[in-house]
Design a binder for this molecule. Structure first.
Ligand code: NAD
Ligand code: MG
Length: 329
């Protein structure tokens, strides 16, 4: 069983009288910085001079510095810029200011696990990864609760790294909802495998293929959109709230029987085989290598794939339906 920590298991003491530098003021950065400050901690922000985020962070009442200066002032450095931007920022603006006693904190393990960032042995390296977008992390904190998070320690020269990670999780509000101990390896790999096989990759293809097959058999695209895409949210909401069994109890007996008997023929053993190949490519680092190279060469393939999806009939009819039905403002 995994270890789960709650409020009583964590103390803010390791962060008291420390300077916390949050680098980046995007989804996670703005939420984490404000939650930490509202928990009584001393937070400054490190950003590129003149960027959009600079004004926003200042407006929210933070002292903002250039990344290098903010890293120098810090005891604990939160690296909350996009994953693909981290290695360059780390090498140029953070690494020169690392020395014994400092802590590096990440919200995702990619760069550490795949060695895109290799910190010196004398700094603590931790991860606190809230399991939600930043906006939800902030909202639930303000409502007096929190979102669950994962915590991990990569290296621990101070002997205090887990205490620091739990203090961060507590200050973010996450120990109210429960914090699961993991490793950089497990968080990074399971995150990539999950988003590729199920959450992003799997769902897109399932929805798109379902839509295509309905349309190629002569059903109107509008009808196909409702069946293959729009209703997927309603089903997922039920699964989220009550589990698969709760969802099954809520749909018709016809849907139960058809779903349970035909589903395994559609998503069959060969899909599972493909998922296993995905796992291999994540674990052996070949996906990470491919993505880092794609990023370095200007993300041309990613841009082309985005354009292709945007042109798909599902997206065209979806745009129309969401507008006319008031789903998309
Ligand atoms: P984001 O894209 O919202 O962050 C943007 C911020 O980084 C902005 O302040 C921007 O000005 C700055 N930035 C972007 N490129 C930069 C560059 N080249 N140089 C300097 N600053 C730059 O990022 P995010 O989604 O908050 O992700 C931050 C970390 O949190 C990542 O490790 C991510 O995996 C992790 N994470 C994100 C979420 C999420 O829901 N967004 C959830 C859990 C963990
Ligand atoms: Mg992910």
């Amino acid at each position: 069983m995994v270890k789960v920590y709650f409020e009583k298991d964590a103390s803010l003491t390791p962060l008291k009288n420390k300077t916390i530098t949050v680098i980046g003021y995007g989804s996670q950065g703005h939420a984490q910085a404000q939650n930490l400050r509202d928990s009584g901690l001393n937070v400054i922000i490190g950003l590129r001079k003149g960027g959009e985020s600079w004004k926003k962070a200042q407006k929210d009442g933070f002292k903002v510095y250039e990344i290098s200066e903010a890293a120098e002032k810090a005891d604990v450095i939160f690296v909350l810029v996009p994953d693909m931007a981290q290695p360059e920022i780390y090498a140029r603006d953070i690494a020169p200011h690392l020395h014994e006693g400092k802590t590096l904190d990440f919200a995702h393990g990619f760069n550490i696990h795949f060695k895109q960032i290799v910190p010196p042995k004398n700094v603590d390296v931790i991860m606190v990864a809230p399991k939600s977008p930043g906006i939800r992390l902030r909202e639930t904190y303000q409502a007096g609760f929190g979102v669950p998070a994962l915590v991990a320690v990569y290296q621990n020269p101070s002997g205090m790294a887990m205490e620091t990670a739990l203090a961060v999780a507590k200050a973010l509000g996450c120990t109210r909802a429960g914090v699961i101990e993991t490793t950089f390896k497990d968080e990074t790999e399971s995150d990539l495998i999950g988003e590729q096989t199920v959450l992003v990759g799997g769902l897109i293809e399932l929805i798109k293929n379902g839509f295509d097959v309905l349309v190629e058999n002569g059903y109107p695209p509008e009808l196909a959109y409702f069946e293959a895409c729009n209703e997927a949210k309603l089903i997922m909401d039920l699964i989220y709230q009550k589990g698969i069994i709760g969802m099954l109890r809520a749909v018709s007996d016809t849907a139960k029987y058809g779903g349970l008997t035909v589903g395994p023929k559609v998503i069959d053993e060969h899909v599972k085989e493909n998922m296993r190949k995905t796992v291999k490519n994540v674990q052996n680092g070949s996906f990470a290598k491919e993505w880092v190279e794609e990023h370095k060469s200007g993300e041309k393939r990613l841009k082309a794939l985005m354009e292709e999806i945007e042109k798909h009939p599902l997206e065209q009819v979806g745009k129309f339906i969401r507008k006319t039905s008031g789903i998309e403002k």
